[in-house]
Design a binder for this molecule. Structure first.
Ligand code: NAD
Length: 375
């Protein structure tokens, strides 16, 4: 039996439910109950684009947020917006469409705008939102091109408003723990490799994710971005060189405009190598593993909305860490609300989204030319 085929119960049996590794890691099964604070000040949020993510994750996330409340909706479909407004207690006078969006500037109930539109629309709605005097959280990828990102950053700076990219994994404890462990030289030794696979088999060929103008690119821009991010946040470094290879079956009706599979490697200054796959054509992969000289730490699934698992192997000892999950969307929204309330810079500002766009362009260039791209 390979180590990875062990069940969670097997881990417990083999390691003991409270074993210590390197004096740092404990597997436990019970948590002290966290008692929420009494309600404090909450900032008002407008959600722009009422699609799958907004309906299934973001709007329900407000129930768990402590500093954020939904106060406005922006949609091209009035009936859908009214239904959601009734469900989430949004005053119908605060429903806007894409033409009346700019009138948000006259609405003091809205402090922050969350843009949940197709990627190719993030730039326009960020810039218009900043001009309406609101702080902005934009979904990932930040935009289709580095130039768009630069314009978004400039517009928010000019308006004196904050701009954050919705890299929700940076705000949840599984990835946060992975980062700490990846950089713990005492525990896993110096870091040597970050391996990350992200992809799924995409369906409907008519969806915007397969349209170049709306998506910016294929699997890399959508899901491979998680792998790229993982290499950067686990190392805490910026890559210096990138290689890549693409495979896309252009006879597949889904891939007339964007790529399917793109694998890439990154070299980091300390010598760590990142090794990533991204695909719209293979069975679901969602995995990050960091490997040091003395052990490895792995998240699988790594970046889903729920269900993350963190396992580690140090020498012969394989353990799983119990971590209390949080709602990713409530956590990221509260982070920006807090930054606005206390005038702090968000952990994932526009500049972070811009860096990823530049690296993704380098990945495409490396795949196209077959040459290593220095970044
Ligand atoms: P979706 O297709 O379900 O929703 C998109 C919304 O935009 C729909 O309400 C649609 O009506 C609206 N829209 C307005 N103009 C449109 C146009 N011209 N073409 C297509 N739709 C248009 O998409 P989604 O899955 O909700 O993704 C929205 C954004 O959120 C994307 O940027 C995506 O990358 C991002 N996303 C992030 C995560 C995450 O975990 N952070 C997960 C999924 C999606």
């Amino acid at each position: 039996m390979s180590d990875l085929s062990l069940t969670r119960r097997d881990f417990m049996k083999q390691t003991g439910a409270a074993s210590l590794i390197g004096g740092a890691i404990t597997t436990t099964t019970s948590f002290a109950q966290r008692v929420p604070d009494p309600p404090g000040k909450k900032l008002g949020w407008a959600i722009v684009g009422l699609g799958s993510l907004a309906i299934n994750q973001i709007l329900p996330g407000f129930a768990k947020s402590e500093k954020s409340k939904v106060t406005a909706l922006v949609s091209g479909n009035r009936e859908k917006a009214e239904k959601l407004a009734a469900r989430y207690g949004v005053n119908p006078k605060n429903i806007y469409n894409y033409q009346t969006y700019d009138q948000l500037k006259n609405n003091p109930e809205v402090d922050i705008i969350y843009i949940v539109l197709p990627n190719g629309m993030h730039a326009e709605y960020t810039i218009r939102g900043a001009q309406a005097g609101k702080h902005i959280l934009t979904e990932k990828p930040m935009a289709n091109t580095p130039k768009d990102c630069e314009e978004m950053i400039a517009a928010c700076k000019k308006a004196g408003k904050k701009l954050m990219v919705a890299y929700r994994c940076r705000y949840e404890p599984f990835n946060q723990t992975l980062i700490k462990l990846a950089q713990d030289k005492e525990l896993i030794g110096p870091l040597r490799a970050v391996i990350s696979d992200h992809g799924f088999n995409i369906g409907d060929p008519k969806q915007w994710r397969l349209n170049k103008a709306l998506a910016g690119g294929g699997s890399l821009m959508d899901i491979g971005l998680y792998a790229l991010q993982a290499t950067r946040y686990c190392t805490g470094e910026e890559p210096t060189e990138i290689n890549a290879m693409e495979y896309t079956d252009r006879n597949d009706v889904r891939f007339k405009e964007v790529e399917d599979m793109i694998n890439f490697q990154l070299r980091f200054p300390s010598g760590v190598l990142g090794q990533c796959t991204s695909s719209y054509g293979y069975y679901g992969q969602n995995h990050i593993r960091v490997v040091g000289t003395k052990g490895w730490v792995e998240l699988e699934p790594a970046t889903g909305y729920t269900g993350a698992r963190l396992r580690m192997k140090i020498g012969p000892n394989l353990t799983e860490r119990d971590i209390r999950p949080v709602d990713h969307f409530a956590a990221e929204m509260d982070h920006l609300s807090e930054c606005v309330m206390n005038d702090k810079e968000p952990l994932t500002p526009g500049e972070e989204g811009l860096r990823d766009l530049k690296y993704m362009m380098a990945i495409y260039e490396a795949a196209r030319t077959g040459k290593t791209v220095k970044v």
